[in-house]
Ligand binder design. Structure first.
Ligand code: GLU
Length: 488
């Protein structure tokens, strides 16, 4: 273990995809470890077998990998190291439950799920907030309990919580939080299936893995007093525990799966870049102390400071994420973008394989300043690979006039005389033709754009004509001239 004692963990339960809130938690832990030279651990909390989903593991790994959040410690797995997986550590939790049993700090509870459910409903009817389990089994003598266990009656193990006073801890972000014991019942630590609950497994692991700081979502605040009691029962020092601010959706409600909180992979599929998503998530509840918004991960690590994590809710503003993504696209490596974009083109049936990588990267570099999301390339770039099959009707009505036809014909006629087919030469050519015909460039240029692309908007016209090449431009402009001949 390194000299540095900062040790943090991200501890997702594999119960579904990794949503953006979970990714924010992973990210803050990762940033804190990076900033302090500490250790970042990934721990899969899969002890709730009823909610376990096999594909969720892959989804979590893929999402973290895509965002570049890498864990730096874990058990050996085939030369590499994997994450810690709680279902592979069941003996450890049993051993620690036994310690509490031997010390008389836990008791077996034989209450059936039906009884517990009835009790819960009655409490709800009485509108009682506090409490939970009525502690009926706490009164059963050791001898009787042993008899029932020996007879094979199913039971859970519950922690004997104090009956008076309050439980307090200092939240690393929110300060002191005090909870009256009436809010905390006797926590179940071991379930009838022999698996530990989240509470036991998480506290035992945080202790054994020497976690120095627990940074987790605010939905765990209510669990922390239970954990504090467990640390006390074991006689252990708890780590610093801090709860990140809630993430709200723009309409004010809590960002939840139902309210459109997408998974990390959904954002990938929707055309967002990992660097942009990471940057955006880093600002949900944290700021660099100045007004910087677009920051590389290295800048974020450099500026990261736990003391500037706010307790105030943060809002997941998707428009801002889209804007940020656009900012990243402008300067993004073309080859890297191409790797994502090419399959989108191919899927649309465009003959991308017939074009060189250099050509395709050039297409990407012309387009990226105009696209806010990677998916927009797929929707728009077809004319770089195929002649337009038809023209936008509204645009054609405006641009394809008998007045513009002679300009088209002149372009076709004079193109062969252009020795160096580049934007400067083309601008010169177009100017010359406009002068010759007594037309303004403002009439010719948009018409040529429509002729070569079939649509109204797009990258800079001359950059585009240069890239498409002489033959292609001649062919397409001639086709547009024929179209005018026939249709206007
Ligand atoms: N397994 C919990 C979750 O799914 C972890 C909570 C914690 O970090 O303690 O979020």
């Amino acid at each position: 273990m390194s000299e540095n004692r900062i040790r943090v963990r991200f501890a997702p339960s594999p119960t579904g995809y990794l949503h953006v809130g979970g990714a924010r938690t992973a990210l803050f832990n990762y940033l804190f470890a990076k900033k302090t030279g500490g250790t970042f651990i990934l721990r899969i909390e899969d002890t709730d077998r009823t909610r376990f989903q096999e594909d969720s593991l892959k989804e979590i790994f893929d999402s973290l990998k895509w965002m570049g959040i890498e864990w730096t410690e874990g058990p050996e797995k085939g030369g590499d190291f994997g994450p810690y997986i709680q279902s592979e550590r069941l003996d450890i939790y049993k051993e620690y439950a036994q310690i509490l049993w031997d010390r008389g700090q836990v008791y077996p509870c034989f209450c059936t799920p039906e009884r517990l459910e009835k009790m819960r409903k009655e409490k709800e009817l009485r509108k009682e907030q506090h409490g939970g389990y009525d502690r009926r089994c706490r009164e059963i003598s050791k001898e009787e309990a042993q008899k029932r266990i020996d007879a094979g009656e199913p039971y859970v193990l519950r922690l004997k919580a104090p009956l008076e006073g309050s439980i307090s801890f200092v939240d690393g972000i929110r300060g002191e939080i005090e909870t009256p014991v009436t809010m905390v019942d006797d926590t179940v630590l071991m379930k009838t299936d022999g698996y530990p609950t989240y509470h036991l497994a998480s506290v035992v692991d945080d202790h054994l893995m020497e976690i120095s700081h627990v940074l987790r979502g605010d939905e765990w605040i209510a669990s922390t007093p239970r954990h504090i009691l467990l640390y006390k029962a074991f006689g252990w020092q708890p780590p610093v525990i801090a709860h990140l601010p809630v993430i709200l959706s723009p309409d004010g409600g809590k960002l939840s799966k139902r309210k459109g909180a997408a998974s990390v992979m959904d954002y990938k599929r929707a055309g967002y870049l990992p660097e942009a998503l990471l940057n955006f998530l880093s600002l949900l509840g944290w700021n660099p102390g100045d007004d910087r918004e677009i920051m590389s991960v290295d800048d974020i690590i450099e500026a990261f400071d736990m003391n500037r994590i706010s307790a105030k809710p943060s809002v997941f503003d998707e428009d801002k994420l889209t804007w940020m993504n656009g900012q990243y696209m402008e300067h993004y490596d073309s080859a890297k973008l191409l790797a994502d974009v090419e399959p989108m083109w191919a899927e649309k049936g465009l003959p991308v394989a017939d074009f060189s990588a250099g050509y395709k990267e050039h297409v990407v570099s012309l387009f990226r300043v105009r696209c806010k999301k990677v998916t927009e390339f797929g929707e728009n770039g077809g004319y770089f690979f195929k002649d337009p099959e038809d023209y936008d009707a509204k645009q054609a009505g405006k641009q394809f006039t008998t007045a513009v036809k002679p300009a088209f014909d002149k372009i076709v006629e004079k193109a062969d005389g252009v020795a160096d087919w580049n934007r400067a030469a083309l601008e010169g050519l177009f100017h010359g033709i406009a002068d010759e015909l007594g037309m303004s460039a403002g009439k010719i240029n948009p018409a040529v754009r429509l002729a070569v692309t079939g649509v109204g908007g797009g990258p800079d016209l001359f950059d585009m004509l240069e890239l498409l090449g002489k033959d292609c431009v001649k062919r397409r402009v001639a086709a547009a001239s024929a179209w005018i001949e026939k249709n206007v």
